[in-house]
Design a protein around this ligand. Structure first.
Ligand code: MN
Length: 182
């Protein structure tokens, strides 16, 4: 996790800053604004901004949604919605794990909400984000090999199980509350 945070995430930050170095007009844009408008940026920086703003956004989200004291199920509104959508937190974990295992190559599995608060598990590839599909992120797991190879070798399944022990339900509940305006 230290290497992932201090080196991999930092590389995305450095590369995004480098891409924008000669474009001061975009330097105060939020990550969300850069991601959502990447296709309208000058062609020279379109791809690096898309990859690296996405990389910073996704990693910030991933790291913010873990806590050493986590590991329990969400409560409140999110717990209810998970029960309705998936048949309980344990069933949700099975489906989320299956989605994370099934990401081919590099990417993420996400729990997202639409604007009406409906939950949906999705996958994104490389550093694509849910926000370009108008979905609001609730929780995510990074399943790039760099996320688990040092500790879990090729065993993505063991990494996902370990990750559930630190996935922060309070943060996910707050994300859901913010997404639905409650
Ligand atoms: Mn990563």
């Amino acid at each position: 996790m230290n290497l992932h945070h201090d080196k991999h995430l930092q590389t995305y930050v450095d590369n995004l800053n480098a891409a924008l170095a000669n474009y001061p007009e975009y330097q105060n844009w939020t990550l969300e604004r850069l991601i959502l408008n990447a296709n309208w940026l000058p062609e020279a920086i379109r791809t690096p901004v898309k990859h690296n703003a996405g990389g910073v956004y996704n990693h910030n989200f991933f790291f913010a949604n873990m806590s050493p004291t986590a590991g329990r199920a969400p409560t409140g509104e999110l717990e209810e919605k998970i029960s309705q959508a998936f048949g309980g937190y344990d069933e949700f974990k099975k489906k989320f794990k299956a989605a994370a295992l099934d990401v081919f190559g590099s990417g993420y599995a996400w729990l997202t909400a639409d604007r009406d608060g409906n939950l949906k598990i999705i996958q994104t590839h490389n550093q694509d984000t849910p926000i370009t599909s108008n979905l609001i992120p609730i929780m995510c797991i990074d399943v790039w090999e760099h996320a688990y190879y040092l500790k879990h070798y090729n065993k993505r399944t063991d990494y996902i199980d370990d990750w559930f022990a630190v996935a922060n339900p309070d943060r996910a509940s707050r994300n859901y509350a913010a997404a639905t305006g409650k």
